[in-house]
Design a protein around this ligand. Structure first.
Ligand SMILES: [Zn+2]
Length: 416
C-alpha cells in the first residue's frame, strides 16, 4: 500500500496557518480577502511546482490537474476549501485541499501515472460568512446556484463577489459549470466528537443529514407583571415552557441521529416586569433518514401549535432554510471503505452533520467523503486541532481510494 509523506502534509498545514493567523492560534481568511488570495496563491505555487496545470473558473474555483495515461478518461477529483470563518481554525477545509495535493506529490514521488487524470479543487467561498451563501463555488459549479446570483452577493460593506474576483484577478475564464468526472472524494475533519470519543481513526461518510431551520413567532399580550393574575394572561413564555420539553422528548424518541437545536430566542419588549408581547425563536431540525426527518418537522409544528393554542397565543411558524439529505455514491464510498480496510485503520460508517462542498458536487458527480478526528470535536473555532497521524491516515485513504477510482476498467466508469 502506498503512503503519503506525513511530515510534508503537516508542514503545509502549518505554512498556510501563517496566512491570516489570529492571536489565539486560529485563522481569519474569509473568502476573497487578501489573506484568502495569499493562501490560494501559495496553493497554486505548490501545484505548479508539482507539475500540475492550474486553471480558475469564472466563480473563482481553482482546479489543479495532474494528467493521466488515458486522455479520453474524465478525471477523478478531490479537494475542499481554503477560506475560513472570522475566528476559524487551521484544518477545516484546508485539510481536504492539502490532502489532495499530497496525493499528487506522493504519485510524483513514486513515479506513478494513474489511468485517469487527478484534479485537486479549491471551492471558492465555502464558509459563507463574508458573502452569506455557504458552499457558493461548488453550488455554482454543480448548477445549484445561478452564477449571476453568486457574483452579486455583497459583504457588509457592499463589496460584491464580482468586485473581489476582479480586484484580485481570481476571476478565471473557464466556465463555472460541471464537467464529466469519474468521482469526487473530499477529506475533511469531522467537526464533531464521535471519532475521538470512540477512538476511531476514519469516518467512512455515507451521506449528509436532511436539515432545516424554522422561525417561530408567538404573540402574547403585554401586561404588567404585578396586577395581572396568572390565569388572565396570554403569555407566550408559558407556551414555550410547554412545548420545549415536548419537542426534546420527541427528538429523543427518534434515537441517536436526531438533532434539535433552539439557537435564538428573543422576548420583546424585553422588559423585566412585562409579559412579553412577542416571542421569536429559531429551531434547527436534522436527521439522516428523510422519513424520520419529515416526521420530526411535522411533530414539531404540531406540538408548537397545540401548546400555543392552549395559552391562547397566536403563532406563526415558517421554514426559512431547508437542505435535503444526500446519499453518497456506493462505488465511491466502497472505494473509500476498501482503502480503509486494506490500510488497517479503525473506522466507522458516519453521516455528516454539517454541509460540505461534497453535498453540491454529489448532485452531478459520484461522490464520497472521508472524516478524520478533530480535538474535542471543536471546529469553526481558533482552538480547532487535529493530530498529524490522523491527517496522514485520512490522506493515505484518499490516495488509495483515488488510485482505485482512477483505474480504467473498460471506460464504463466515466460519468457525464
Ligand atoms: Zn469545511
Amino acid at each position: 500500500m502506498l503512503h503519503v509523506n506525513s511530515a510534508r502534509l503537516w508542514q503545509r498545514h502549518m505554512a498556510l496557518a501563517q496566512i491570516g493567523a489570529t492571536p489565539k492560534g486560529g485563522n481569519n481568511r474569509q473568502a476573497l480577502t487578501d489573506e484568502d488570495i495569499l493562501a490560494r496563491k501559495q496553493f497554486i505555487d505548490w501545484c505548479e511546482a508539482a507539475g500540475c496545470k492550474v486553471r480558475i473558473d469564472q466563480i473563482g474555483n481553482i482546479f489543479a490537474r495532474r494528467e493521466g495515461l488515458n486522455p479520453s478518461l474524465a478525471p477523478v477529483m478531490t479537494g475542499s476549501h481554503l477560506d475560513t470563518q472570522p475566528t476559524g481554525g487551521r484544518f477545516d477545509g484546508i485539510y481536504g485541499v492539502l490532502a489532495g495535493l499530497e496525493v499528487i506529490e506522493t504519485l510524483n514521488d513514486h513515479g506513478i501515472t494513474t489511468d485517469a487524470p487527478v484534479e485537486v479543487v479549491v471551492w471558492c467561498n465555502e464558509e459563507g460568512c463574508r458573502f452569506t451563501t455557504a458552499m457558493m463555488g461548488s453550488a455554482v459549479w454543480s448548477g445549484n446556484m445561478p452564477i449571476a446570483d453568486a457574483l452579486a452577493l455583497a459583504d457588509q460593506t457592499g463589496t460584491t463577489v464580482a468586485d473581489e474576483l476582479a480586484r484580485t484577478q481570481h476571476a478565471g475564464t473557464h466556465p463555472a459549470e460541471a464537467f464529466p468526472a469519474r468521482a469526487f472524494v473530499e477529506a475533511h475533519i469531522e467537526q464533531g466528537p464521535v471519532l475521538e470519543l470512540t477512538d476511531t481513526v476514519i469516518g467512512v461518510v455515507q451521506g449528509v443529514q436532511n436539515m432545516s431551520r424554522h422561525e417561530i413567532v408567538i404573540s402574547g399580550q403585554e401586561v404588567h407583571a404585578g396586577p395581572t393574575p396568572m390565569n388572565m394572561r396570554k403569555d407566550p413564555m408559558r407556551a414555550l415552557a410547554a412545548f420545549l420539553p415536548a419537542l426534546y422528548a420527541m427528538a429523543e424518541e427518534q434515537g441517536e441521529h436526531a438533532r434539535l437545536t433552539f439557537g435564538v430566542i428573543h422576548a420583546s419588549p424585553g422588559s423585566n416586569n412585562t409579559v412579553p408581547g412577542e416571542l421569536r425563536m429559531t429551531v434547527d431540525i436534522r436527521h439522516p433518514d428523510a422519513r424520520v426527518y419529515q416526521s420530526m418537522v411535522d411533530s414539531a409544528y404540531q406540538l408548537v401549535r397545540s401548546a400555543c393554542e392552549a395559552e391562547q397565543c397566536p403563532v406563526e411558524i415558517r421554514c426559512f432554510f431547508e437542505a435535503p439529505g444526500v446519499e453518497f455514491d456506493r462505488q465511491c464510498v466502497g472505494a473509500v471503505a476498501s482503502a480503509v480496510t486494506r490500510l488497517g485503520y479503525s473506522h466507522r460508517e458516519m453521516v455528516s452533520g454539517a454541509g460540505h462542498d461534497a453535498c453540491n458536487v454529489a448532485s452531478v458527480v459520484p461522490t464520497a467523503m472521508i472524516f478524520v478526528p478533530c480535538k474535542g470535536g471543536i471546529s469553526h473555532n481558533e482552538a480547532e486541532s487535529a493530530e498529524p497521524e490522523h491527517l496522514e491516515a485520512g490522506a493515505n485513504v484518499l490516495l488509495n481510494a483515488l488510485i482505485e477510482l482512477s483505474t480504467d476498467q473498460g471506460g464504463s466508469a466515466v460519468h457525464g
